[in-house]
Design a protein around this ligand. Structure first.
Ligand code: NAD
Ligand code: ZN
Length: 351
């Protein structure tokens, strides 16, 4: 079969591979729609996970089941299915402990385009199919379903980690697609004011539609000073970090209220330490928490998030700024993600 792959760090291209083996609990899926991710860009051009040879890329997609193992109970050939970027082993100790995304080791629930071939193939393999596939509702299009693989669950996980409550003032740092879903999730959870750190016009427009109330620019002065000015020196209840680097934590702690919580879903690609400012961390006693997490996958999670779209409570269409038709355009979509033109949020390829 054909697949679009990372040949080595910095090099991509089409390759031929054997169709994956389908174990007794697994499924093989033929894609209906695919989307590249910022993480694919980190993987190929920044060597974020180390070198890989001829590894098929991609972890955002949906499709049709073409093969199922004999122990799979809830899915059959021909079913339209969604799948998350993170596909845990559901019988692992980590999953039993409530952290399925770390099944098999820290971050090891991320298998697609990491430990095994990703979804940019004519067919892709899903482990633990009963736990990791979800039926795609008729009301949801394949391109919308792609946003349920990673962008929605990651942005919403930032909101869960920050523990957003009714009436909270929330800061969202970075309004790429993940940050935009954090805005939408914070709004659904009842946030009052949602202050966004971001400057791109298209992202600001879409963020407003999702409930953002204020904008500041990280290139226009320090984040903490701008937030404190906007809030009359009070600061924010919660913060979600979905962009920037290790340096973002310091200003966010500085403008977080005592008892505030930070949910980080951002990938920190460089630097050795995160600085926690001693005074603004309440000299060790400010009850300011930081939680960072990989998104949770799994059937139940996918079905619940999908029901938000199916019931009209969440619209992911504003994220889909660039659409391609045909498998061969996976390459164009990935290059677009790498070049990030000003009008791009997410590209999607419908097959
Ligand atoms: P993105 O690159 O499209 O968005 C990040 C945004 O942050 C960009 O618009 C960028 O301009 C902005 N930014 C850069 N520096 C900033 C700063 N100092 N302050 C504020 N904003 C700044 O990426 P995305 O697809 O939205 O993903 C966001 C992050 O989430 C990435 O690091 C990605 O790797 C990570 N991610 C994590 C998970 C997870 O499970 N935790 C899953 C998917 C993606
Ligand atoms: Zn992704």
């Amino acid at each position: 079969m054909k697949g679009f792959a990372m040949k080595k760090i910095g090099e991509i291209g089409w390759i031929e591979k054997e169709e994956p083996f389908c174990g007794p609990m697994d499924a093989l899926v033929k894609p209906l729609a695919l989307s590249p991710c910022t993480s694919d860009v980190h993987t190929v051009w920044e060597g974020a996970i180390g070198d890989r040879k001829d590894m098929i890329l991609g972890h955002e997609g949906c499709g049709v089941v073409v093969k199922v193992g004999e122990l799979v109970k809830d899915f059959k050939i021909g079913d339209r299915v969604m799948v998350a970027a993170i596909t845990p082993d559901w019988n692992s100790l980590e999953a039993q402990g409530g952290f399925s995304m770390h099944s098999g080791g820290m971050l090891a629930g991320w298998k697609f385009s990491n430990f095994k071939d990703g979804v940019f193939g004519e067919v892709f393999h899903v482990n633990d199919a009963d736990g990791n596939l979800a039926h795609l509702p008729d009301e949801i299009s394949p391109e919308e379903a792609c946003m349920l693989s990673d962008m929605v669950p990651t942005g919403f996980h930032g909101v869960e980690l920050a523990d957003v409550q009714f009436g909270d003032t929330v800061l969202v740092v970075g309004i790429g697609p993940v940050g935009l879903m954090a805005v939408a999730g914070a709004n659904l959870r009842g946030a009052s004011r949602i202050i966004c750190v971001g400057t791109r016009e298209i992202c600001k427009q879409v963020a407003k539609g999702y409930g953002a109330t204020d904008f500041i620019g990280y290139k226009e002065g320090s984040i903490d000073e701008q937030v404190l000015k906007l809030t009359n020196g009070v600061g924010v209840d919660k913060a979600i970090i979905a962009g920037g680097g290790v340096e973002t934590f310091e200003p966010v702690i500085k403008c977080l209220k005592p008892g505030g919580k930070i949910g980080n879903v951002n990938y920190l690609g460089s630097g050795t330490y995160i600085n926690i400012p001693r005074i603004e961390w309440g000299v060790g006693m400010g009850h300011k928490q930081i939680l960072g997490g990989l998104m949770p996958g799994g059937r139940l999670r996918l079905e619940k998030l999908a029901s938000l779209i199916a019931c009209g409570k969440l619209d992911v269409k504003p994220l889909l700024t660039h659409k391609f038709k045909g498998f061969e355009h996976v390459e164009d979509a990935l290059l677009l993600m790498k070049d990030k033109p000003a009008d791009l949020i997410k590209p999607v390829v419908v097959l």
